[in-house]
Ligand binder design. Structure first.
Ligand SMILES: O=C(O)CCC(=O)C(=O)O
Ligand SMILES: [Fe+2]
Length: 264
């Protein structure tokens, strides 16, 4: 089962469920006005995303899906999601023990799963950190913001609770895989070690989610944020958001002539 809690739940309970199961859904985090704002800001860029009709079963991304990254460049309201207090609190609790000088934004992607899309390959988001034996320490935490409802039939993310503690070789039984069904405005949080992937969409609607990943401040970010959010764009952001996306230092790491990246 995927633990589900409301936004009013105590954040320590949310963090405990996330640590225990590797996944938690929190409902009621984003109202319709704010969902519409972020979606409409991204729409012209999302429209340029190429939708493949022909599926390659080995491809990480199934056909009939739309994807867009560099969300900080494309949207002003995404900052509010990135800095969401629940998310930041969960990152503090789960990532700071493995990187006490701070965490950072790791990746931003809008993900639309269209009718007829197959299931995505189940994976762990921290696979790139292959240096660490499995189960790896918590280096990555991810959040999926449901912009539309997520249902089993429209491609809700499939998750294997508990799989963050598994050895790499263990494969999930069908009965261990759950769809993260949640109403629009909810957020699913999961750990870098939790097996998951977009579900198949057998409905006739598109499922729209925004995935925001976070990592400990001493690893390379998955998205090349310094290229995708260049200094000119970074200068337009609030200091808190600029810092959150990685324009900051982690002890000696990441210094810059640009005033340790306050950008003066
Ligand atoms: O779209 C989804 O539900 C999950 C996507 C995902 O896990 C990924 O692209 O890494
Ligand atoms: Fe993923």
């Amino acid at each position: 089962m995927i633990p589900t809690m409301s936004v009013d739940a105590d954040v320590s309970e949310i963090a405990d469920a996330l640590s225990l199961e590797g996944v938690v859904v929190v409902t009621g985090l984003l109202d319709e006005t704010r969902r519409d704002a972020v979606r409409s800001e991204l729409a012209p860029h999302m429209a340029k995303s190429q939708v493949l009709d022909q599926d390659d079963p080995g491809d990480f991304f199934p056909s009939k899906t739309r994807r867009l990254s560099a969300l900080v460049t494309h949207s002003d309201s995404i900052g509010e999601l990135i800095l969401d207090p629940h998310t930041q609190e969960l990152c503090d609790r789960i990532l700071l023990p493995n990187g006490e000088y701070g965490h950072q934004l790791h990746i931003t992607v809008a993900l639309e799963v269209g009718p007829g899309a197959r299931q995505q390959i189940l994976h762990r988001d921290h696979e790139s950190f292959s240096f660490f034996p499995d189960p790896k320490p918590n280096i990555v935490l991810a959040a999926m913001w449901a912009i539309t409802d997520f249902r089993a039939d429209n491609g809700a993310t499939l998750v294997v609770p508990g799989s963050h503690t598994w050895q790499k070789e263990r494969k999930p039984e069908e009965s261990e895989i759950y769809p993260a069904e949640m109403p629009a405005g909810s957020v699913m949080f999961w750990l870098g070690g939790t097996l998951h992937g977009a579900g198949a969409n057998v409905s006739n609607e598109w499922r729209y989610g925004i995935a925001l990943g976070y990592s400990v401040g001493w690893v390379r970010q998955e998205e090349n944020i310094y290229l995708d959010v260049p200094p000119e764009r970074a200068a337009e952001l609030s200091p808190a958001l600029r810092k959150a996306i990685g324009y900051t230092t982690y002890r000696a790491l990441g210094f810059s002539v640009r005033q340790n990246v306050g950008l003066a």
